[in-house]
Design a protein around this ligand. Structure first.
Ligand SMILES: Cc1cc2nc3c(=O)[nH]c(=O)nc-3n(C[C@H](O)[C@H](O)[C@H](O)COP(=O)(O)OP(=O)(O)OC[C@H]3O[C@@H](n4cnc5c(N)ncnc54)[C@H](O)[C@@H]3O)c2cc1C
Length: 461
């Protein structure tokens, strides 16, 4: 130990890194953490938190419209983007300070610098040129927006990182991508009043989600005036004055005030010195780790998006916590990446856990499908043309609920609770035995009695 300056050196003070540093320190380790940008990482600075605040902002337009059906007279509301972004920036700064205070409270030494590996135990601190020797290293450097292959005019395109700092709300925006970030920003901008064109190369948005969810949300987005163009890519972007022209792969063009790409994120390990430390990558491009987040190099671990397992904040936090308990808490803790509930903060919202119908059919001998589509009660007086969707997938042999897929108001909140039941192995009979809460949308989850379809193995093949 004597030839080490610290027990643990964490690279990256985001969701996973901060949690790991704090918990390791609480177990008695001497911890140092390096952050090259802002403490809090993607989630706090330019991900989940500022995005959700924009989501809230974008939903007021519906509320104002719907209020009339409930007897309110609302004068034509106006929206001021700079006020919103200034308020969001203030909240982000508050959270950044809170994270920094937490690190201080646990005696974690924070270096505001980029750090890279020189060898398996030596870190170079770029801001000062100093070297730090660490017994153990944790890589928690997150992910970074991938902008795709070079196309003409790519320099004009922004990623989600820049959207939080736009000086004004784009009146028209083209967003390329079909994943949850693209979909969420399409709904945010549409709710704030922008004209939105979503361009996606695949056949339908939200690849990897249940097909019914994908279809339902796409229709809802279209009903809200979002142009969803699937099967095409943005092949080039031209700038003429203040305006941009997105050239699509079918030869058509879309004029816009901004063009944003959200076509995926890549593990952020470029130039980190992985080779010099003997760290191997997995096929998907993330750092290869075992169930304890151990890399191929002794005493080097990696958590969060840089490992490209399940790229979500709670997962990075859990991995960071489990690493610290394993290495410093005397409690080896593997992380279970199955049945992770997740939400898409689109309009309407999506909440999912477990298998899609297609996966269930591939994995199980018999699958019972329960689903319902209904008009949310609030939409009735509001006169809003929207539908909610719910689907339960049940193992036809054991009765266990193996998937739940929701599209509708508060789906993210609902799926958190359904997640507990699914994780515990609840059966459809358990759902049925639970008394409904009336009148709610969630009651549909415990009152669906009719199978929409039942798939047997033969039918799946
Ligand atoms: C727009 C957007 C919306 C999102 N919304 C959600 C959501 O609603 N729910 C959800 O669960 N997840 C969401 N995510 C994903 C979530 O933000 C990430 O999964 C999570 O932040 C990953 O945590 P991490 O610790 O792996 O990395 P990060 O939080 O990205 O932290 C990595 C940190 O390392 C720093 N760093 C990198 N290299 C170095 C270096 N060499 N030296 C020093 N510092 C370095 C970076 O500056 C960064 O601060 C969203 C992401 C984006 C982009």
């Amino acid at each position: 130990m004597a030839d080490h300056d610290v027990d643990l050196f964490v690279i990256g003070a985001g969701s996973g890194g901060v949690r790991a540093a704090r918990v390791a320190a609480s177990h008695g380790a001497r911890v140092m953490i390096a952050e090259e940008y802002r403490v809090g990482g993607t989630c706090v600075i330019r991900g989940c938190v500022p995005k959700k605040l924009l989501v809230y902002a974008s939903r007021f337009s519906d509320e104002f419209e719907d209020a009339e059906g409930y007897g309110w007279t609302v004068p034509a509301p106006t929206f001021h983007w700079p006020s919103l972004t200034a308020n969001v920036a203030r909240e982000v700064a508050r959270l950044e300070a809170a994270y920094t205070t937490t690190l201080e409270r646990f005696n974690v030494t924070l270096l505001k610098s980029r750090a890279v590996l020189e060898d398996a135990h030596t870190l170079r601190i770029l801001a000062t040129g100093a070297r730090v020797r660490a017994e153990t290293v944790l890589i928690a450097t997150g992910g970074w927006p991938h902008m795709g292959p070079h196309i003409p005019g790519l320099e004009h395109v922004i990623s989600s990182n820049e959207t939080f700092h736009l000086p004004e709300l784009p009146k028209r925006i083209v967003i390329q991508g079909g994943g949850y970030i693209a979909v969420e920003f399409a709904c945010i901008f549409a709710g704030l009043g922008s004209e939105v064109t979503l361009v996606y190369r695949g056949q339908n948005i939200l690849r990897g989600f249940d097909d019914d969810v994908r279809e339902h949300l796409r229709n809802e987005m279209r009903n809200r005036g979002i142009t969803v163009t699937c099967g095409h890519t943005v092949a080039g972007v031209e700038k003429t004055g203040d305006e941009f022209i997105a050239l699509l792969s079918d030869g058509s063009t879309v004029n816009a005030d901004k063009v944003m790409f959200a076509i995926g994120r890549r593990p952020n390990h470029m130039g980190l010195g992985l080779d010099s430390a003997g760290i191997r990558l997995a096929e998907h491009g993330g750092i290869a780790v075992d169930e304890y987040s151990r890399t191929s190099a002794d005493h080097i671990y990696a958590v969060g998006d840089v490992t490209h397992r399940v790229n979500l904040t709670p997962v990075a936090i859990r991995e960071g916590h489990a690493f610290a308990d394993t290495v410093y808490g005397g409690k080896p803790t593997p992380v279970d990446h199955t049945n992770v509930p997740t939400a898409v903060f689109s309009e309407p919202e999506v909440g999912v856990i477990g298998l899609t119908e297609e996966q269930a059919r591939q994995q199980l001998a018999k699958v019972d499908v329960y689903k319902t589509t209904f008009r949310p009660m609030k939409a009735t007086l509001a006169g809003r043309d929207t539908r909610s969707f719910m689907k339960l997938l049940v193992d036809g042999i054991t009765g266990r609920v193996v998937g739940c897929h929701l599209v509708g108001p508060d789906a993210g909140e609902l799926i958190q609770i359904v997640g507990v039941a699914v994780k515990m192995g609840a059966t459809k009979a358990d759902f049925d035995a639970t008394m409904a809460v009336h009148p709610t949308a969630a009651e549909e989850l415990v009152t669906m009695r009719e199978k929409a379809v039942s798939h047997g193995r033969a039918a799946a093949e």
